[in-house]
Write a protein that binds this ligand. Structure first.
Ligand SMILES: Cc1cc2nc3c(=O)[nH]c(=O)nc-3n(C[C@H](O)[C@H](O)[C@H](O)COP(=O)(O)OP(=O)(O)OC[C@H]3O[C@@H](n4cnc5c(N)ncnc54)[C@H](O)[C@@H]3O)c2cc1C
Length: 381
């Protein structure tokens, strides 16, 4: 058992942190939050500096953490331009990898991952966007998606659709993953405005009106889409946990700076019992969230993902982000409301919602543990 991080990874962490502190300027943080505009100029620099390289997953995780520590809106916008790429990596054809994936990896194309619909969020198998086989090597797609990251800026969307009528008893059957291109006839997207947090990220509503999907744009096997999404969540939830750890650490940075500055000016908050308890409680939770996240990541990166470890990390880290930012707001009072901390507080909540709400993570943990126990009991019966 070794809990240390390699010197190379620490060096990389310093590089990413320096980038975020230098490039995520006060002006850009405020501008993109207020205007809800996408920071394309930052995304380009992130790729140019080689800070997102899918062949180095630990570096990707550290980038996510350190970017969110400084500004989740700006940080996420850059990294999430790769959203859904793992599905193509694992299941894409040679044609799809060459045409799309390699360009997404280089930052030349932006991808989106479209599952959620107005009546299907947590209940992934409840989607109703429907693709009908034309019998001539093409399919006809109708329906729509809601709350899709990169909705109005992505070039392609890894899209979950229904490809055969619903079997009520087995709703998760008959779902397929397809690539929808933004230029396809019948596709349109509208920007969703007024989000509480991560306002620099782009979010849209997608509409498919008789979109013709060529057979070559079906990813993997027809009917296997639900399983690809579940497999993907085992990866993406770990990156959401890293987002949450970064946000929680950012809040802790605020708390410690605030106390240190007050001590310097003669108002010794550090000696007040309540402040000490708050620092100890937040620090302990941030450390625990980070360890859980790294543990889940180490299992995934060794190709032995554990859905229970993943859900524990995502659930705990997300709640820690909300907790830490709230405690920081309470301590800083008016200084919290009027600084960047206020934005961090708004940005934290999303980690409890996307890629599976906290309730869904808890259900996953409990269901898997009970299932394993039943197997064990049956084996010994
Ligand atoms: C900013 C933003 C960006 C997003 N980006 C994307 C994207 O790129 N792609 C995409 O596909 N989706 C995206 N989403 C959607 C996101 O994944 C969903 O919001 C999330 O899955 C929850 O679904 P829902 O909002 O429909 O809530 P619901 O599923 O309706 O849940 C509402 C409440 O009920 C609870 N609940 C639901 N089912 C159960 C249950 N079985 N047991 C107990 N409690 C339950 C939930 O925990 C929650 O508290 C995004 C959302 C936001 C806000």
């Amino acid at each position: 058992m070794d809990f240390s991080i390699s010197p190379e990874l620490e060096e990389f962490r310093n590089k990413v942190r320096s980038f975020a502190l230098r490039e995520f300027t006060e002006e850009l943080k405020h501008k993109h939050d207020e205007e809800e505009s996408y920071p394309e100029e930052i995304r380009k620099k992130v790729f140019k500096d080689g800070l997102v390289d899918v062949s180095k997953p630990w570096e990707m995780l550290i980038t996510m953490e350190e970017f969110c520590r400084v500004d989740p809106g700006l940080g996420l916008s850059s990294i999430v331009s790769l959203f859904g790429n793992e599905i193509l990596m694992f299941h894409g054809s040679d044609y799809q990898r060459e045409k799309y994936l390699e360009k997404v990896w280089k930052g030349d194309l932006i991808s989106g991952f479209a599952v959620t619909e107005p009546n299907a969020g947590s209940d992934v198998a409840g989607i109703s966007s429907y693709m009908k086989n034309n019998g001539d090597g093409t399919w006809l797609l109708n329906g729509g998606k809601m709350f899709i990251t990169n909705g109005t800026i992505a070039d392609i969307f890894l899209t979950l659709v229904r490809s055969s009528p619903v079997d009520v008893a087995k709703k998760h059957h008959g779902l397929s993953m397809v690539i929808v291109e933004k230029n396809m006839k019948g596709f349109s997207a509208n920007k969703i405005k007024g989000k509480m947090g991560v306002r620099a990220t782009n979010t849209g509503e997608l509409s498919f009106d008789n979109v013709v999907i060529p057979e070559s744009n079906i990813v993997g096997e027809i009917g296997k889409g639900f399983y690809y999404v579940m497999e993907f969540f085992n990866i993406s939830r770990i990156y959401v946990a890293a987002q949450a750890v970064g946000i929680a650490q950012g809040a802790l940075d605020y708390i410690l700076n605030y106390v240190a500055v007050n001590k310097k000016t003669g108002n010794d908050m550090a000696d007040k019992e309540l402040t000490s308890f708050l620092i100890a409680e937040v620090t302990t939770r941030v450390e625990a969230a980070r360890l859980l996240t790294y543990r889940a990541a180490s299992l995934l990166f060794k190709f032995t993902p554990d859905p229970v470890a993943t859900s524990i990390a995502k659930y705990y880290a997300a709640e820690t982000a909300t907790y830490a930012t709230e405690k920081a707001m309470e301590l800083l009072g008016i200084d919290g409301v009027t600084t960047d901390l206020e934005r961090l507080y708004r940005d934290a909540k999303i980690t409890e919602i996307w890629e599976g709400t906290s309730e869904i993570e808890k259900l996953t943990i409990a269901r898997m543990l009970i299932k394993n126990k039943i197997k064990e009991v049956e084996q010994h019966a």
